[in-house]
Design a protein around this ligand. Sequence first.
Ligand SMILES: Cc1cc2nc3c(=O)[nH]c(=O)nc-3n(C[C@H](O)[C@H](O)[C@H](O)COP(=O)(O)OP(=O)(O)OC[C@H]3O[C@@H](n4cnc5c(N)ncnc54)[C@H](O)[C@@H]3O)c2cc1C
Length: 463
Amino acid sequence: MSTVNGGISYWYANEGIPDPREPLPGDATADVCIVGGGYTGLWTAYYLKKAVPFLNITVLEARFCGYGASGRNGGWLYNGIAGRDRYAKLHGHDAAVRLQQAMNDTVTEVINTAAAENIDADIHHGGVLEVAYTPAQLSRLKHFHAAEIAFGEKERTLHGARETAGRIRVTGAVGSTWTPHGARLHPVKLLKGLAAAVESLGVAIHESTPVTEIKPKHAVTPYGTVRAPYILRCTEGFTAGLKGQRRTWLPMNSSMIVTDPLPASVWETIGWEGRETLGDMAHAYMYAQRTADDRIALGGRGVPYRYGSRTDNDGRTQPATIEALREILTRFFPTTAGIPIAHAWSGVLGVPRDWCSTVALDRSTGIGWAGGYVGSGVATANLAARTLRDLIQQDSGQGGPTDLTALPWVNHKVRKWEPEPFRWLGVQAMYAAYRTADRREATGRTTETDPIAKTANRVAGRN
Ligand SMILES: Cc1cc2nc3c(=O)[nH]c(=O)nc-3n(C[C@H](O)[C@H](O)[C@H](O)COP(=O)(O)OP(=O)(O)OC[C@H]3O[C@@H](n4cnc5c(N)ncnc54)[C@H](O)[C@@H]3O)c2cc1C
């Protein structure tokens, strides 16, 4: 059987593309207009409408809800947030600990809200296991583990090779760290359930309605303009397509493969009974989950960035990327070697110049935004949504500052990316450096992070 390539994602192939919702019929008004129907946009509509049921909220989606990363991701609902360490430097350790705590709580919030809304998203609360398989990765893992504990992750545990194999038998794994603050889920089941919940609350969702420009109190589309005091930009990796936003967030690619269901005999060689989400400590890292239907879904970086901030064609990825991901899969789990790859796809995530996620409301224009999650958006989008709710309530005089509006990522400003060709050259060089560093570390000759990766991190503005 040949591998399906694209078609948005395996999750959509598995769940079916939903019937399209009506486009915007013409000019309209709303209290809040949300641009983008991914997790950020839909969670924001959900929490706003729950807080203020009479609010008139319109969601405008270019294709269909979940067309972007929210319908294509690895299904890691976990407590990582891009930028925490920089926020610690900018606002102090305690502020970053509060941010981390809020992320820990967000994992529980998503699980509980999905249950309350009867959304069956195949959620399994098995935590996150990150493994090391070279001496350099092991020292990074120990450093990472200690840092997470310092940021208040008290329940995190560190494991040696034997304990790691007791959970998941990754070939050559020399250690791992596990946190309970993570769960595996089916991204599209969550997305579809959330969209249905939002609609049943009375939010208008218009699909096939691309917004061409966001101006204060206006979201402009080919079919009409929505006028609203608040316009929220929730377009993450697609943001560069909006007028005036080309250099705001870089659309970084991530690609995934999913196997056919593995037979019980193969699962016996792997373990993975706890269904933890699985990652590693490589610079060009991988992420994986054991799906509810007993497949392995595994992702990583293929071609990291397309020149001129272009995005993919409905999730199609390069054959070389599929091969590279298959190699990781069989290196980790040699007994999967003969198992067909059922589906491969890619998607884009938003990367700010300083690699820090943000949520913001410009009180002078009423324009808000959230994103730049750098690949950790499944849970972060929910925290962003509750924060946007609080910021709007505060601005409209219906509430005051809250614990969420006081978090250090709120209203953070970041400089723009360099123009092309420097943007493209920079990202290519960075990932070439990461791959070289991974290869050199794989020789096992060093217990330290390769200097090439350290330099790449510094030049990229990641630390
Ligand atoms: C392959 C892959 C794997 C990932 N794995 C994980 C993971 O396991 N865990 C994790 O935490 N994060 C992961 N991420 C990141 C995570 O999926 C995203 O951060 C998150 O889904 C972002 O949600 P969002 O709603 O902000 O953006 P999106 O889901 O991208 O939604 C943006 C929406 O806006 C719409 N849109 C764009 N432009 C316009 C416009 N002009 N007008 C109207 N609508 C527009 C798009 O069609 C899209 O539906 C992954 C990302 C990818 C690509």
